[in-house]
Write a protein that binds this ligand. Structure first.
Ligand code: COA
Length: 259
């Protein structure tokens, strides 16, 4: 892996930091692939319960896809960039079996905001600025932004943000439901840690299933309600369910086997 990102595992959490500070952590293809590889590396690791993703420095989470990289792309190359981004990276993160939390520590623009929106939970520091400014460049969001922004803030605000290319501040992002919490920059990673730690005390099988079922409702090839019925039923066959219920009845803390 290159130095586009840095990673560390601490207290059962994988921390990924996008490490292109001089380019405001702009997401070239290599960086996106490195993020995916890092996320994938903990798939089988039962000791690691989730991921916190942030950007290096005090200024940016990620200021977008790397404009220099796609400046001379053809129509076909543009389509491929978007398609690989969707299917190999952004959808992968959205559907990942462990929670991925975006610690939005500054600018999250274009592909940077799209990456944050593919994560399950977003926490922003008060200096953060978010937007999808692609129309200023003569393109549109291509990593799921037109869809996920509307899902998070509603169609009206999504239209406004995308067609004006305006950035919004952390407070508005919170009011509109784009981020779950706003903290100071100093508190940001700790807030993400607290959320991830809380999730780590729950059944990993149920958490994985909940992610799958919530996402099913946003997939037009699936009926989320039917997937819920199916997966709810399956829960009764898991070791985590047996342990969770036994622990409740015995008035003790559950120790989930994760199966
Ligand atoms: N792709 C490639 N490089 C980028 C980038 C991006 N998305 N965003 C910032 N950079 C680079 C700049 O080119 C500059 O590099 P340089 O020092 O080699 O010239 C460096 O990061 C710092 O950016 P700069 O513009 O000087 O910082 P600023 O504080 O004046 O402005 C922004 C910050 C975020 C407002 C501005 O960088 C910007 O508008 N970035 C592009 C945002 C965007 O359109 N994203 C969507 C892409 S599809």
């Amino acid at each position: 892996m290159s130095d586009n990102i840095t990673t560390k595992i601490e207290s059962g959490i994988l921390y990924i930091t996008i490490n292109r500070e001089t380019k405001l952590n702009a997401l070239n293809i290599a960086t996106l692939k490195d993020i995916k590889e890092a996320v994938l590396s903990i798939y089988e690791n039962k000791e690691v319960c989730g991921v916190i993703l942030t950007g290096a420095g005090a200024k940016a989470f990620a200021a977008g896809a790397d404009i220099a990289e796609f400046a001379n792309f053809s129509i076909e190359e543009g389509k491929q960039l978007s398609s690989i981004g969707h299917f190999k990276i952004f959808n992968f993160i959205e559907n990942y079996s462990k929670p991925v939390i975006a610690a939005v520590n500054g600018f999250a623009l274009g592909g940077g905001l799209e990456l944050a929106m593919a994560c399950h939970i977003r926490v922003a520091s008060s200096n953060a600025k978010m937007g999808l400014p692609e129309v200023s460049l003569g393109v549109i969001p291509g990593y799921g932004g037109t869809q996920r922004l509307a899902q998070l803030v509603g169609k009206g605000k999504a239209f406004e943000m995308i067609v004006t290319a305006d950035m919004i501040n952390a407070e508005d992002a919170y009011k509109w439901g784009l981020v779950n919490y706003v903290t100071t920059q100093e508190e940001l990673l700790n807030k993400c840690f607290v959320i991830t730690s809380k999730i780590s005390s729950k059944s990993p099988v149920a958490v994985k299933t909940a992610i799958k079922v919530i996402n099913a409702g946003y997939n037009n090839k699936q009926n989320g309600y039917e997937v819920e019925i199916e997966e709810f039923g399956k829960s009764f066959g898991t070791g985590d369910f047996k342990e969770g219920v036994a622990a409740f009845l015995e008035k003790r803390k559950a120790v989930f086997p994760g199966n």
